[in-house]
Design a protein around this ligand. Sequence first.
Ligand code: ADP
Ligand code: MG
Length: 498
Amino acid sequence: MGENKLILEMRGISKDFSGVQALKKVNLSVEAGEVHCLIGANGAGKSTLMKVLAGVYSMDEGEIIFDQKQANITNPISSNRLGIAVIYQELSLLPNLSVAENIFIGKYPRKYRYLLDWAELTKKSRALIDSLGIKIDVMEPVSCLSIGHRQIVELAKALASNAKLIVMDEPSATLSSEEFETLVRVIQELKNKGISIIYISHRLEELFRVGDKVTVLRDGQYVATKQLKEITQDQLVELIIGHALSKEKKPKVPISTIEELVTMKDIHTNKLTSINLSLYKGEILGLYGLVGSGRTEILRAIYGADPLQKGELYINGGKVKFRSPAEAMKKGIALVPESRKTQGLLLNLSVWENAVVPSLKNYTWFGLLRYSTMFKHVNEQVEQLMVVTPSIRASVKNLSGGNQQKVVIAKWLLKNSNILLFDEPTQGIDIGAKEEVYKIIKGLSDKGFGVIVASSELAELVQLCDRMVVMFNGNIAGEFQQEDFRDDAILHCAVTGG
Ligand code: ADP
Ligand code: MG
């Protein structure tokens, strides 16, 4: 840090995929020892630019200067030799081999020419892992490690190959927040060693934590490079989407506190103690708190996923005792879960099949499916929610994250739910789609739906909610009305419990 030596300069890079201009004269400059973030909506060209750098794609136009020298990158090997390591989301480790073997794969220390020198291998890999400040047993097979630790092994492997520049394409998408914290520390260690990092992520809060600079791409074009210290989140979002933010918060319609859709009275579960909470008709209620504070558990208690040890739950005015989520669904509760891909959708099925899963019974008549009514309803939802799909017969796995999220919402609307529970509704979807999901949620609350949103992104809740409840250690630590939303007060409450 400090020295302004450029490790990488990509100048005027263009790349065309048979008519799709993925990159148009893009520039990127990275200094030695810098964490340089790369951001842009889906399809902006981030991955393509990195694949050009990695030698996976050849560029049509432009030049790359690496470590002050003209670089001729024609394939992944030549990129690697220069000192460039790219860590893709689907990590490239061999699960059955040990950590040590993975780190030095292809260049094992030998003794007597042919024999693998285990002692040396262990010693060297242990030294590398230690130098990152992490405790991992290097003799353990990689398959026993958490995703977070596997990523650190990838970083150690990059170090072992003498990488000067490491590219991480969405490293955090699958990490818990503890694992992310570890990653932040390791990135700091790498910087101290003078290694540069290109960091791609959709999560703005994260970029501000780890990054020194950010380069924004839009539609295959270079937009700007900024010091993260000198830019606000909103300014960054405006660069990404290319126009000013519609900063309208949810206009404050007075919420009638007469009609309670959800009432929790002194609820205890194995994770929650004495929860008293109401959700009103037309309200968007935010649940904020650190990981493990009980946000998700509140949703689970309402949804019948965790048994109540004590207390009373009322749904739409009636007392209930759910023994399963299926019973909660029947009463009009819908949960849009956190990991959409594994919990909310059947990826190999089509949009319409996914959309009608919970409401199939409504479309059955003496055992026959009423296809025309069903398709009509699905098409209506798809239009209303503006799901971008070639048709409702397309398989959901081909939709973008934001559109998959909309399909999950569509399926609950078809089911006539009036209480919608969202757990991290915009995790892993890009900024444009986020805005759309917010709009949908606001639109639903205007129609009288009650919505609870649990999120670890405070900015998201501030923009979206009428009221916010802060969780701490299985308890409600505080409650904030929209006019009192102040980041510092809310954060303080989440961290200290009051
Ligand atoms: P990002 O990583 O920013 O989401 P990508 O670099 O993956 O964006 O994609 C940029 C554009 O190039 C998109 O329009 C995408 O559809 C297109 N594209 C990327 N890879 C290919 C490919 N192998 N063949 C054809 N088009 C591609
Ligand atoms: Mg990408």
